[in-house]
Design a protein around this ligand. Sequence first.
Ligand code: CA
Length: 137
Amino acid sequence: MANERILVIEDEEDILELVRYNLEKEGFSASGFATGEEGLRSALNKVPDLALVDLMLPGIDGLEVCRQLKREPLTAKVPVIIFSAKGDEPDIVSGLEIGADDYITKPFSPRILLARVRAVLRRRASLPVSADTPLRF
Ligand code: CA
């Protein structure tokens, strides 16, 4: 179960560190980026097992990051969990429509984060490798 590579894109340094710390403590390999551009570059360079993406980012926002990940054949199957602040409901809906697998509302507890990450990875692992079936909510 351990050692999956998690890409974290979050411009708030404290949250990025908190997320990375908790992922690494659980045996995940986490790499963090403060902008969507850097995160996307990293994802194409080394495809992660899951991406955690904040909605509000400087430069391209989380929705655009999600859109680009899903559009790029190399990363189209990478599950995406969106971080959102309270009041972002329309953006959450857009994110899920674009293909995000789940979302976490900030502020969140590390335990919730880890539970969501594991749940999404588990769901993904149980799908046939070649399946294009969208996940159901
Ligand atoms: Ca942010």
